[in-house]
Design a protein around this ligand. Structure first.
Ligand code: PLP
Length: 394
């Protein structure tokens, strides 16, 4: 019999009724260390007092008005995102996929408005993940997500990750832009080298293309800068964010330069809930935390401690860990055993981690994680690895 909730997820047999900081608690009061943060969502940890206050204060005022009226909370959040980024304008959404949909539509509209409606194709990269709508599964290009859902949405040309020659070959008279995650998340925590991002910028400028970054997972402080692309010193024309900006409240956004957004006039795009007062109240509170002086430097310091500890863990468990990779608080452990086995062994130790492509286990703790939390998590991973080593080979 089909379960009441459509069974599209292979869920672990555990639930949580309360969260506090880096910890979540089962109904029995058992505590788990959360190094998944709801897949990079609870950027400020669970129930951060400042976020709880912002949400409840807004809940007592007004929840929803629609985008038919002025939205002061949106305007404030948009101005702050603009102030802190390359962007001149922001469209708010409820999710990452919707932020990407806006980005894709904007790129197409840009060229159409400039007299080139034939330029609608985007080049994307193998291993990408951009969401689960029909357009974003086409952009991601992964067969397992496309299969059975009818014809793939037209207009996406995928090239191997990091291959400049294939990329240049894929660009033609119909190309509108290039879409890339500066750090692939679902693909297995693969950071795009800064020089490659720089090359993309030059390529776009030389060919009149729009550069689109998907920072849904790697943005909002995850790498120790507000946006991951800042490390490379290049800026996109359009960028999708979500996850961390809502801190657990559904919120996404598409940021763009004035030039790139020029075609998106009244009536061209919309969303009932996107950027509603509750969501933007929380988004503003997240920025209060993440943009506070010294916060991102703290993330960088703690990220370094995590990286060093994971490197030592790899040396201790050569039969379990193949490679440690990633940047900031977005780390991946490529496993020699099935990543699902390592993830399950970590769960046995009351540590939440998340699987990814390329047999990787992801560590994406809340950005407020402490050095002591990191030490505890690595101890749990050590115990998980030992448990796997003690198991007779299947
Ligand atoms: N883009 C990236 C890089 C993601 O990691 C995700 C979600 O994991 C998405 C887009 C889609 O976001 P959402 O699930 O909020 O639609």
């Amino acid at each position: 019999m089909i379960p009441p909730v459509l069974p599209t997820y292979a869920r672990a047999n555990v639930s949580f009724e309360r969260g506090e900081g880096v910890r979540v608690f089962t109904p029995d009061g058992e505590s788990y260390l959360d190094f998944g943060a709801g897949v990079a969502v609870t950027s400020c940890g669970h129930c951060h007092p400042h976020l709880v206050e912002a949400l409840t204060e807004q809940a007592r005022k007004i929840w929803h008005t629609s985008n038919l009226y002025q939205m002061p909370g949106q305007e404030k959040l948009a101005k702050r995102l603009i102030e802190a980024s390359f962007a001149d304008t922001v469209f708010f959404t409820n999710s990452g996929a919707e932020a990407l949909e806006c980005a894709i539509k904007m790129a197409r509209k840009f060229h159409a408005a400039n007299g080139h409606p034939e330029r609608y194709r985007l080049v994307t990269f193998e291993g990408a993940f951009h969401g689960r709508t029909l357009a974003t599964i086409a952009a991601g290009g992964q067969a397992k997500y496309l299969e059975g859902f009818g014809p793939k949405v037209e207009g996406f040309d995928q090239v191997p990750f990091g291959e400049e020659a294939a990329l240049k070959q894929a660009i033609g008279p119909e190309t509108a832009g290039i879409l890339i995650e500066p750090v692939q998340g679902e693909g297995g925590i693969r950071a795009v080298p800064p020089q490659f991002l720089k090359m993309l910028r030059q390529l776009c400028d030389a060919n009149g293309l729009l550069l689109i970054f998907d920072e849904v997972q790697c943005g909002i402080g995850r790498t120790g800068k507000l946006f991951a692309h800042e490390w490379a010193g290049v800026a996109p024309d359009i960028m999708a964010i979500a996850k961390g900006i809502g801190g657990g409240f559904p919120l996404g956004a598409c940021l763009a330069t004035e030039k790139a957004a020029a075609g998106m006039t009244a009536g061209t795009h919309g969303s009932t809930f996107g950027g509603n007062p509750l969501a933007t109240a929380v988004g503003n509170a997240v920025l209060d935390v993440v943009l506070a002086p010294g916060f991102l430097e703290g993330v960088q310091q703690r990220a370094l401690a995590l990286k060093q500890k994971l490197a030592a863990l790899k040396d201790q468990h050569p039969a379990i860990i193949d490679e440690v990779r990633g940047t900031g608080l977005m780390m991946g452990i490529r496993c020699k055993v099935p990543n699902t086995a390592f993830q399950a062994a970590a769960l046995d130790q009351h540590l939440l981690v998340i699987g990814a492509g390329d047999n990787v286990v992801r560590l994406l703790p809340p950005l407020i994680v402490t050095d002591a939390d990191i030490a505890e998590a690595v101890e749990k991973l050590d115990r998980a690895a030992r448990a796997l080593e003690a198991k007779p080979a299947a």
